[in-house]
Design a protein around this ligand. Structure first.
Ligand code: SAJ
Length: 405
């Protein structure tokens, strides 16, 4: 059977998207460069942790509506859902989008729809259109090209893929309309038409906006520490104002989106992205600041007790109640502390959501709580709430595990 849709990239977004479309009875061919991923999916299994996804994939594969392959085939719709990491100098790397596009150029025919979903710098869709038309000039104005970012939250992807509103920006009006018609088949949320550049920027701005707001909260937490004001109490009181909504400070900002996407704007508009650039710096600095605070607590303990403390660091993931450590500020802090610790000091690392982690020996929660003199909360996992901790222990809470809110 000839596929109707080809998705390039079977990761956190490409796989659920393929599964969802194929579950509606449309034949989808998913393409990935990783043979193991391809084999697993063709057995009806999945390689990522996401609730309900396994059932949908196994059903679609068994019904013959979803197959995976290393190579694309001719279809009517092509979805580019590959990663866009950044290079060492924080410049976005769109080579995966380019490679994916090149792989389907020979397959394109009149009336096909080509959509990029990967988070991309402004102008990427236009660049890819140029790439396509440079080698297939006869397709100019004969195919539809659009950009449509995803906005889903890992852990709730299937629900959000269906129910979130989406922004859809074509290179021309007919492309936008063609893309809207396509998404209507499986999205219940509203589909908002715009142009490709605005859609590209919208995704970057959504995550940058969150980064800026978190930076404000993180800056407040540092000011409050100096001012001897409890930042959590302060924020909960300020948020009682009907038009104020301050987010939560933490030990930094991690994950694969919010700590990354702002750089796509900063690198392209370095002089203009003042507040966005500063916010990235503040959020990165917050992790260093936490590390410094932990060191100060250790020194204080040594002075008062004439011995080094045992320190427990609680939480290593990039946010609470997940097992994802990508760009995790808590893990960055833990690794720095492990690297710089003196030989005669014992640090216990705890994360109940993680089995093992390279380069760090993990301890059980209860053991660490009993054994340590100083307990540092880096991530507010539910398992850390309402712990019974002896009064004699020193607690440093960077993430408001228990106090306010
Ligand atoms: N964080 C704080 N304080 C807060 C909220 C978050 O310090 O008040 C930290 C978290 O601990 C974490 C980081 O920010 O380290 C990011 O967490 P998050 O839950 O805000 O975001 P992600 O990365 O899990 O998912 C985001 C979502 N974007 C927004 O909420 C604007 C999701 O909708 C996007 O689809 C996703 O990024 C993405 O793919 O871009």
């Amino acid at each position: 059977m000839k596929p109707k849709v080809v998705t390039i990239g079977l990761g956190y977004i490409g796989l659920p998207t393929s599964a969802l479309i194929s579950s509606k009875g449309t034949y989808v061919l998913g393409v990935d460069i990783n043979q193991k991923v391809v084999d697993k999916i063709n057995m009806g299994e999945i390689h990522i942790a996401e609730p309900d996804l396994d059932k949908i994939v196994s059903h679609s594969v068994s019904q013959g509506f979803f197959r995976a392959s290393l190579k694309p085939k001719s279809a009517d719709v092509y979805l580019i859902v590959v990663p866009t990491p950044f290079k060492n100098n924080y410049e976005p790397d769109i080579s995966f989008v380019e490679d994916a596009t090149k792989s389907i150029i020979p397959l394109l025919k009149e009336n096909d729809l080509y959509i990029i979903e990967s988070t991309s710098p402004v102008g990427t869709t236009e660049k890819m259109a140029k790439l396509i038309f440079d080698s297939r000039p006869e397709l100019r104005e004969k195919i539809h090209i659009a950009y449509c970012p995803e906005r889903v939250l890992p852990g709730n992807i299937i629900y959000e893929l269906v129910n979130n509103d989406r922004v859809i920006g074509g290179l021309d009006k007919i492309s936008t309309e063609a893309a809207i018609k396509f998404y209507k088949k499986f999205v219940k949320g509203k589909l908002h038409p715009t142009n490709a550049r605005t859609a590209e920027m919208c995704k970057l701005v959504e995550n940058s906006s969150r980064d800026v707001q978190i930076a404000f909260a993180n800056e407040l937490s540092i000011i409050c520490d100096q001012a001897k004001v409890n930042v959590w109490e302060l924020i909960s009181l300020a948020n009682m104002h009907p038009r104020v909504n301050i987010l939560n400070p933490g030990c930094g900002v991690g994950g694969h989106c919010i700590a990354v996407d702002p750089y796509f704007l900063i690198s392209e508009f370095p002089n203009e992205s003042q507040i966005i650039g500063k916010s990235r710096q503040i959020n990165n600095y917050k992790s260093e600041w936490c590390e410094k605070k932990i060191f100060e607590e250790k020194e204080k303990f040594l002075l008062n007790n004439n011995r080094n403390p045992v320190i427990a660091l609680l939480g290593l993931t990039f946010k609470p109640n997940i097992d994802d450590i990508r760009e995790s500020p808590a893990l960055k802090i833990a690794r720095q502390i492990e690297k710089n610790k003196q030989r005669d000091i014992e640090i216990l690392y705890v994360d109940p959501n993680i089995q093992s982690i390279e380069g760090l020996k993990l301890s059980k929660l209860n053991y660490a709580i009993n054994k340590s003199d100083i307990i540092i909360f880096l991530v507010a996992h539910d398992q850390f709430k309402n712990l019974k901790i002896e009064n004699s222990k020193i607690i440093v809470d960077f993430c408001n595990v228990n106090q306010y809110g």
